[in-house]
Write a protein that binds this ligand. Structure first.
Ligand code: DO4
Ligand code: MG
Length: 286
């Protein structure tokens, strides 16, 4: 079962519901996702049982599973692969990545406000002023206002390697721009995943209807603990509508790979699903 944010063709307002198989049913009396993140984890499960009539999944538009004041944050250099890729792309400041990988304090950065996030049926972007671009397939934690992990989703932390590689102080420009954050297709509640440290992550990139890059990894290679990452997010701020925390990438397509206009990026995570988006160069359609 998954928690979905979606729209029915005949209705303009987003709805919140649960998906089981190929059916979606609206949650009775729940108008937004962030209302659910105001509940303690122990109450969430019960709240998901009160649903209305079902509709067919194919007949709804799935939206990014984030709304209200829920922010998307991300962690960096949490896997050895990411550490190595960043050292290689940033000759003059390689040290900062090696240092943060081993430091007690993880790298956390702001990624997106909810309204800018692309859902599963929307486009992702690559910047006009960037020359090397990659998707970053990441397991994302859904956290309630009390800092409890209540679910999991998939984040595509789209990144410009040429801009970040020039100078790590350019990370916000490499990571935050039109179409830089993809989330979805839905949220898997925490109790549905037996071991989040044993999930297979697969990245597939298709170009002109043929596969041009494919890689597979596992969350077992994570160099941090999820609770620890969450504690750093919560210790300096409040998140009254909860937060989404993406936990870093373990797959970075090496040079000379770079994303191109029209590529289709698919990220599959075991127990969650597949997030698939088309990429455009320049601003994405709102
Ligand atoms: O240091 C920059 C960000 C790294 C990142 O996004 C990742 O490791 O996933
Ligand atoms: Mg990342």
């Amino acid at each position: 079962m998954n928690i979905v944010r979606y729209r029915r063709r005949e209705l303009p307002e987003p709805l919140v519901g649960v998906r089981s198989g190929d059916e979606v049913a609206a949650l009775t009396g729940v108008g937004s996702l962030h209302e659910l993140w105001a509940l303690p984890a122990a109450q969430l499960r019960d709240r998901l049982t009160d649903v209305g009539a079902s509709v067919v999944l194919d007949d709804v538009e799935l939206l990014a599973p984030v709304d209200g004041r829920t922010e998307v944050w991300a962690c960096g250099v949490t896997y050895e692969t990411s550490r190595q890729a960043r050292i290689e792309e940033s000759e003059r400041s390689a040290d900062v990545y090696a240092l943060v990988y081993d430091a007690e304090r993880p790298e956390l950065f702001f990624k997106s406000v909810g309204w800018r996030v692309s859902g599963p049926q929307q486009q992702l972007g690559i910047r006009e002023d960037s020359t090397v671009d990659v998707p970053e397939p990441e397991l994302a934690l859904v956290i309630n206002r009390f800092g409890e992990i209540v679910g999991y989703t998939i984040c595509n932390d789209m990144s410009s390697r040429s801009i970040e590689g020039e100078n790590p102080l350019y990370v916000p420009q490499a990571k935050i721009y039109s179409g830089a954050c993809g989330l979805g297709p839905w949220i898997t509640p925490v109790w549905e995943i037996a071991d989040p440290y044993q999930l297979q992550i697969t990245l597939t990139i298709d170009r002109d209807d043929a596969q041009c890059w494919h890689g597979q990894t596992s969350t077992s290679l994570l160099h941090r603990r999820f609770d620890d990452l969450v504690s750093y997010l919560m210790r300096g701020d409040v998140h009254p509508d909860g937060a989404v925390l993406s936990t870093g990438t373990c797959l970075v397509p090496p040079p000379p790979f770079t994303l191109a206009d029209g590529d289709v990026v698919s990220i599959a995570i075991e127990g969650i699903g597949t997030l698939r988006n088309r990429v455009v160069r320049g601003h994405v359609r709102a």
